[in-house]
Write a protein that binds this ligand. Structure first.
Ligand SMILES: [Zn+2]
Length: 470
């Protein structure tokens, strides 16, 4: 067993919690939660979930009645940028609190360094019971995000079936069942529970009821299987509008199914009388291109808004007006500082986000002027991409195998679909963001902690089954 409580933070210093902070924590807890106990925390990350496919974010289909109702009693952030369009790096940013180039988990094949301190470790040191329920190989414990969790339940280790069949287990709600079992059997101190669902990720194979409701009546041949999707991408195959609608409907069916799972957990928390003293965060690791760009259904290669804008709905007892919708640009990086502030734990210096509590309390402005997102999909095949996003514009850098950089600037107010590249060296708004992104990319060399061999990780086989590589 690793000595998780003795590990040092990755950089900077964690200042000791002083008397003032302790008193503030006590005051917050008493005033905010109405009890003299610390709040529980439930962090829900739904893989591959686009906010604009949730009704509460304006979608015109009923994909999310449970999350809509939850948002009605919580605070919804309308513009949230994640730090990577890949599962492991983005989750690492949520749970470590820094950009991928700082925590160095930059791709599917990086590891969380054992000297890194995670949110789970910080809470465990303070007496929290910690449990994670994970629905994808991409977050396997071997990559290190299990640090600090007493329980790290992984769906793919519960069933001896091929990876390509794993979605059938997910359709049977295995992860949710395990979460509810844990909630029913756990007693003692406060808990930090992380629930990860994977269903909206390809392949889009929702249970029959949701398939009928959102994608029924289709007579074409398009499927969301990896082979078909990769063929469309590589060969630049034009799909018909009916094909695209069908695949999008399949995705929506997966979202709707996951919404039911969110509801099951919320219902259980409510039935146990825990919601008044439990922070609940619903968010995602990244979104999904649904054929809007690059002939693609997926996310690894893209830093368009459909990939890097995510939902964020937070229920923090005592903070924020229920039903509030906040417009300023915020980031995944802001989740961890927010939770730490609620608990009265001083944030380590190296965290790269800011607490959202001032915004929720109506006293704060945007937490960030420039949000960054990067992807390092497949080192040999697809060079890195980098993006800086402001409230109303974005600059993309796409590295090429010829060591050049293709640049694109989008005016998101005039062109939210990112269809017209306005980049030119003489265009001042683009040049300004160009300088900002150049400084960011130049900061901190990229030194992935350790790249496993294919034999070590079995990763290549898994990635192939998911359609990431061939
Ligand atoms: Zn993901």
């Amino acid at each position: 067993m690793r000595p998780t409580d003795l590990r040092l933070p990755p950089a900077g210093n964690v200042r000791a919690v002083g008397l003032a902070a302790a008193l503030m924590a006590l005051a917050l807890l008493v005033a905010g939660c109405g009890k003299d106990t610390r709040p529980n925390i439930v962090l829900i990350t739904i893989d591959t979930l686009r906010p604009d496919h949730l009704t509460c974010y304006g979608y015109d289909k009923p994909t999310s009645p449970r999350m809509d109702a939850f948002a009605g009693g919580a605070v919804l952030f309308e513009h949230v940028c994640c730090q990577s369009s890949q599962t492991l790096p983005s989750h690492a940013s949520i749970l470590i609190g820094t950009n991928p180039r700082s925590h160095k988990v930059i791709s599917h094949e990086s590891f969380v360094d054992e000297n890194t301190t995670t949110l789970a470790e910080m809470l465990k040191r303070r007496g929290y019971r910690t449990a994670a329920f994970i629905s994808s190989h991409a977050l396997d414990s071997k990559y290190g995000l299990d640090q600090g969790f007493d329980t790290y339940w992984e769906v793919h280790k519960q069933f001896t079936i091929p990876e390509r069949q794993l979605h059938k287990v997910q359709e049977k709600s295995a992860t949710t069942d395990a979460v509810l079992d844990w909630l029913g059997g756990t007693t003692g101190s406060e808990f930090f529970l992380w629930v990860h669902w994977f269903d909206p990720h390809r392949p889009y194979n929702p249970p029959p009821r949701y398939l009928r409701e959102f994608a029924g009546g289709y007579t074409g041949t398009a499927t969301s299987d990896a082979d078909f999707i990769m063929k469309v991408w590589r060969e630049r195959i034009d799909l018909t509008p009916q094909d695209v609608d069908h695949l999008t409907g399949r995705y929506d069916g997966e979202v709707a199914f996951t919404d039911v799972q969110v509801g099951r957990v919320l219902d259980d928390l409510a039935a146990r009388g825990l919601l008044d003293n439990t922070i609940v965060v619903v968010t995602a690791d990244h979104g999904e291109i649904l054929y809007e760009h690059e002939y693609y259904f997926g996310h690894d290669i893209g830093l368009y808004d459909e990939c890097i804008m995510i939902p964020l709905i937070m229920h923090v007892p005592g903070h924020g007006r229920p039903g509030a919708r906040l417009n300023p640009l915020v980031q995944s990086l802001d989740i961890m500082p927010t939770l730490l502030e609620v608990l009265g734990i001083e944030a380590p210096d190296y965290l790269e986000g800011k607490s959202l509590l001032p915004l929720m309390g109506g006293t704060g402005e945007a937490t960030v002027a420039f949000a960054f997102s990067e992807t390092f999909p497949f080192p040999e095949k697809s060079p890195p991409r980098h993006a800086v996003r402001t409230a109303d514009a974005k600059l993309l850098w796409k590295e090429t195998r010829a060591d050049t950089i293709l640049k694109a600037y989008y005016d998101l107010l005039q062109d939210p679909g990112e269809t017209a590249n306005l980049y030119s060296d003489n265009f001042a708004p683009a040049s300004r963001l160009d300088s900002v992104l150049a400084r960011f990319v130049a900061d901190g060399g990229l030194h992935p902690a350790r790249i496993p061999t294919a034999q070590e990780s079995g990763r290549l086989r898994i990635l192939k089954s998911l359609g990431y590589i061939d």
